[in-house]
Design a protein around this ligand. Structure first.
Ligand code: FES
Length: 157
């Protein structure tokens, strides 16, 4: 099936690229837009974005695979990203990670069978002062303990 933006998304695309001197400079917001539209970025979606941006698909592929916020396969409703960089590690991130894996029954990079949670490990989330930290979708959860994580998981629908 051919991949393409809806009319509404194409209007958003036009607004976004009009704010940049060169189309390619709008790559990140355009990829966000594509991810919002398609859910995740397949090879077809990447080729479509490349055509819109007037660049080679490999250029778009490079950006998509560099950043952890872009997905090339389906992810759960709640994407849990646990920081594994040193300050968080020193404050117990490994313990939190092990707890999450056991509690959800998945490993890093996997999604629960019900499609509710995806677990990823990421580098510094720039909130080292409140380590250990996880980001779930757009929200930060800080100074975590296993008890707090349990509470958070229960609160997520
Ligand atoms: S090291 Fe975890 S937020 Fe910076």
């Amino acid at each position: 099936m051919a991949v393409g933006f809806s009319e509404e998304t194409l209007k958003k695309f036009d607004r976004i690229v009009s704010r940049y001197p060169k189309r390619e400079a709008a790559m990140l917001p355009v990829l966000y837009l594509a991810q919002e539209e398609f859910g995740y970025l397949t090879t077809e979606a990447i080729e479509y974005v490349a055509k819109l941006m007037g660049v080679a698909p490999a250029r778009v592929q490079g950006v998509v695979t560099f950043y952890t916020m872009f997905y090339t396969k389906p992810i759960g409703r709640h994407h849990i990203q646990i920081c594994r960089t040193l300050p968080c590690a020193l404050r117990g991130a490994e313990k939190i990670s092990a707890f999450l894996k056991k509690r959800l029954g998945i490993q890093t990079g996997e999604t629960t069978a019900d499609g509710k949670f995806t677990l990823s490990e990421v580098e510094c989330l720039a909130s080292c002062g409140t380590a250990p930290v996880v980001q779930i979708n757009d929200a930060y959860y800080e100074s975590l303990s296993e008890e707090k994580v349990e509470e958070i998981l229960r609160s997520l629908k």
